[in-house]
Design a protein around this ligand. Structure first.
Ligand code: NIG
Ligand code: FE
Length: 410
């Protein structure tokens, strides 16, 4: 049995209550065994004999559930700093995409990379994410856009998951954009997605979710609906990149098809919000993408007030969000989306866990859940997200095993 004592503030993030209710316990302790939490509560109520436990001192730290980055495009080759500069000079994201840059430029680089090269890069990103307190990452394909290249990306994610060091949830995003070889034959690409790629991904059990980018430059509502219905029939959970650059009705579609989440939503309409609330769809906010595109963020207050849970994730990708710094995204969610620090924390833990269909196992510090947690150098969540640092995380534990620490030894 392992015991973490002298926790200044334990943010349990139990799912009950409002999004801002993180169920904090002061002067707390946490007990785990075999990767599973056995007890969490005030240290002076500890129901175990300390001598039977292997004890660690948290030094008064804030302890939070392992962060869940529930929206990334982790496997890609190359970077796109040139487009970052072009946008500063006044060129739009869609304009750059239409002239051959954007997603398709990363598709070209990613097709040319081997699975080993991509895995090495993912591993190095993953290690640095763990050091920030992240313990689970949702990873989308979508920079391959051929059967072989999409399978290559999803197999990289499977290897990353199997080799540790953190938990991966994979999403098939073959419907990211129509690749150039199908430019004159959209129907042909959609047929390939439904009759070839989705069944192949299912056969190898390579992805839990199917996602689609609904946008003028990508897929129409009708195309997305047909694809998602096929995916659902094959047993995939559903996600949608919705209403990012324009209000394309993606939020409403997410509600209609029973998607677990609608993501981006910078241009979501009131009708879309109401439909999501009715259907219980999670909104995934991506404040780094809104920042890099210099957009107004999604209306988090309107969503939360309507009863829609709002997750916070990075969208890590080489175009719109070239950063995997989830705590920075959480600070942005506070400043730009007007979420309280507690709401942002629940958004990056238990609500993010719901967005990847794992809230029964991860996302909160409660008896029976997986022992994934992070020690943060702050008195409480407000102090943490207010004082933005390169890294405030002192240690990260995944499945009960310390995976990263900058605590002094001994
Ligand atoms: O989530 N919106 C579509 N996909 C990514 C951008 C990908 C890229 O620009 O490479 C996103 O923002
Ligand atoms: Fe994305």
């Amino acid at each position: 049995m392992h015991l973490l004592r002298n926790i200044g503030c334990l943010a349990t993030c139990r799912p009950d209550g409002a999004q801002g209710e993180i169920h904090e316990v002061r002067n707390a302790a946490l007990v785990w065994d075999d990767g599973t939490i056995r007890w969490a509560g005030p240290e002076d109520e500890l129901p175990f004999d300390r001598r039977s436990c292997h004890a660690f001192d948290a030094g008064g730290s804030l302890v939070v559930p392992g962060l869940v980055d529930c929206h990334t495009h982790l496997a890609f080759a190359g970077w796109r700093a040139d487009e970052f500069i072009q946008r500063i000079e006044g060129h739009g994201y869609l304009e750059i995409a239409e002239s051959g840059g954007g997603i398709l430029s990363t598709v070209r680089a990613t097709r040319a990379a081997t699975g080993e090269e991509l895995l090495d890069r993912c591993l190095s990103f993953a290690r640095r994410m763990i050091a920030l307190g992240v313990t689970t990452v949702e990873c989308k394909s979508g920079y391959g856009l051929t059967l072989a290249d999409e399978l290559k990306l999803l197999r990289v994610y499977r290897q990353l998951d199997r080799s540790g060091p953190l938990r991966i949830v994979s999403t098939f995003l073959g419907a990211h954009v129509v690749p150039p070889e199908y430019e004159a034959d959209r129907g042909g690409y959609l047929r390939s997605l439904t009759t070839e790629m989705l069944p192949a991904v299912r056969r190898e059990d390579l992805a839990t979710f199917c996602d689609v980018f609904v946008e003028e430059s990508a897929f129409t509502l009708d195309e997305a609906r047909a694809l998602l219905e096929t995916a659902r029939a094959l047993g995939f959970g559903l996600k949608i990149h919705a209403d990012q650059l324009t209000d394309g009705g993606g939020a409403r579609l997410a509600a209609d098809v029973g998607a677990v989440s609608a993501e981006h939503l910078e241009h979501v309409s009131d009708a879309g919000i109401d439909a999501m609330a009715q259907a219980g769809v999670v909104a995934v906010s991506l404040p780094l993408a809104a920042m890099y595109l210099n957009q107004d963020p999604l209306p988090a207050r309107r969503l939360i007030d309507a009863g829609v849970p709002v997750a916070v994730a990075t969208d890590f990708n080489p175009g719109t969000a070239p950063s995997f710094h989830l705590p920075f995204a959480m600070t942005l969610a506070c400043v730009r989306q007007r979420m309280t620090p507690a709401e942002a924390l629940k958004g990056a833990t238990i609500i993010a866990a719901r967005a990847v269909g794992m809230d029964d196992r991860i996302g909160s510090l409660e008896r029976g859940k997986v022992a994934d947690f992070a020690l943060i150098d702050a008195a409480d969540v407000g102090a943490w997200l207010y004082h933005l640092r390169p890294n405030a995380c002192r240690a990260t534990v995944i499945d009960g095993v310390p995976r990263w620490s900058d605590l002094p030894a001994g």
